[in-house]
Design a protein around this ligand. Sequence first.
Ligand code: GLA
Length: 742
Amino acid sequence: MTRLQPRLVWTALMMSLAMYSISTSAQAATNIHFDPATKVFRIDAGEVTYAFGVNNADELQPVFWGAQIASEDSLPAAVTMQEAASFDSSYTTTLNEYAGWGGGLFVEPALKVSYPDGNRDLILHYVSHTIKSDELTVLLKDVDRDLYVELHYVLDDATGILGRSAVILNKTKAPVVIEDAAAGTWSLPRGTDYTLRYLTGRWAGEWNLQQQPIRPGETVLESKRGSTGHQNNPWFAIERGAQTDEDSGDVWFGALAWSGSWRITVEQDQLQQVRVTGGFNPFDFGYKLMPGDKLSTPVFYGGYSHHGIGGASRLLHRFELTKIVPQAPNPKPRPIIYNSWEATGFNVDEAGQESLAEKAASIGVERFIMDDGWFGQRKDDHAGLGDWYVNPKKFPQGLKPLIEKVHSLGMDFGLWVEPEMVNPDSDLYRKHPDWVLNFTGRPRSEGRNQLVLNLARKDVRDYVFGFLDDLLSHNQIAFLKWDYNRNWSEPGWPAVAPDEQRQVYVEYVRNLYGILRELRAKHPNVEIESCSGGGGRVDLGILGLTDEVWPSDNTDPFDRLSIQDGFTYAYTPGVMMAWVTDSPNWVNNRTVSLTYRFLSSMQGSLGVGANLDHWTPADFATAKELVAAYKGIQDTVQHGSLYRLISPRDGSEQSVTESVSLDKKQGVLFTFLHSSTMGYPFPRAFLRGLDPERTYRVSSVAGTLAKGTPVTATGSYWMSHGVDVELRGDFQAAAFRFDAAE
Ligand code: GLA
């Protein structure tokens, strides 16, 4: 292995510092500092300090990540570990911000490459850096070859969340194959008392929170599916010690902004150090980087909270609403929607949809969405995907009459599309069988009778953009539900050279993002939902380009409590759509009251998906009342701070959440009971996050409080004394609002 002599390294470093000399005034204006004496970079943001240094081997070595350190305290210089044994080199035991695979590295590398001459060794050394107000860029270079990596650190001062990504630049004269590229590695303070939380699921069973101690070895969270996937979500949280709970203790967390195959590894190494590496999934990966070209990794966001897992999710929610979603920093509340899917399935037509629209408007719905079935020869899921013309039998005069009707009822209009897919039984496939992902001469596996269009191809990209642009240009559509109902199989791209085909993992997603970006720019008032058979494509990448997501096709209101609970560990209720559907629900054949169904959905962004043609006048009256009540708490639920008071997980008999508006003028309490046993009353709910000094008046959204509960009391009272809710029976629910007196 070639290593530069320390003296040479130091000289190079001083030269590069001179090149990138930063004036003191520029430094003072930012929260990013470089200390030339210790060679430590220090980033202070929110309540967090993040630091790494250029160590004596000239590598970038993590120094600290945790609660903010006082500015007068300086952080120690980074020093490599001694060789622990001949089996464990210093390079493998020393923490590394971005380790190239080479030099005897046995932990997960951030980058692994192979050169045409067979060399696969990569050791990255510090070259230089630049600091702009909220961004630090560090340039690394291989010790020998002209392979460069730019590491980007973008900080969010309000939440302390850092966005890390890497750009790999091939300045050699030959192509280099990138076999594995992470956005970065996060390292935690040395310790053995960490607990990992992550999210798993499947179709109609997403957002299960898992919890396990971190032990020596590696846990892999990933998708090899070509898209984010239901099975794992690209989010993690790590708690330290046994004392952590919802609102106290150290929690480190992170989420990847990528909607293709991804991987996050959490490993405890030989010296009990915990490292979290995330980026593209190296499985079946191989990106051929031509001379002069560069590859940008996804962004891996990471944060720290001293206020438990609840504090961590509140930081993420705030960050998503103010920095990630397209309407950030002040997203409009999600309107109350009606969606036709569970009511009509594929059997949509003008008269049926208009009748549903009238009924939806009567309860206060603000957006009417026609789901699947309106296009091509779509009678069921066997045909039509790819043919995006309006079905003339179902809508003889196109969509215009329905859209006008919806507008006349005071709602805007939304439409379901599944742009990336094609049924073999479609005009599009008959014309362009080569447009799908496939390996020449091999069978093409179908999922829900459909194939995946290869969006990496320019002609496919142009077709998809073209039909969507056309649809939006010729119809007054305010919203698209963008669905994606299967994962990849046979991910071949026969039109390009064999050694370029694996680029599909990157180019597909880039083109998806490109289409979304271009559509939004051309049709700035159109909002978009990311749906993938429910929650199969929810991540910070797609959330940067879509306004909301569909967490699950499972609309059972009881199952939804834990689905929503799991979802909110990583994502804000402000993007979490939740529909009231029919009872008994198709998933579990469970019957619950309409009020229970509404309250379950009112924990997120409310929608209705029931067959309104079957509702009684009493149902309409209840719905109207609850929709109106929701409008009074909508902003608090969607954009406020969420407190999980009693989790519905692990067979809990109860579930209680509370949302508090940012100005603390309103708190909203939701309580759910699975079933009373032995006559026990419902446990007292202790509110959180209110202003202790202010007086709040409690009122019922639905349900009653125990006799003797005061109507007004201070925030301090509601938080210390708590409230008793009258809930008895099976599948009961109640909700209350606490409004600050003016
Ligand atoms: C997916 C979605 C559903 C519905 C159907 C339509 O399953 O998740 O909400 O839109 O497709 O085919």
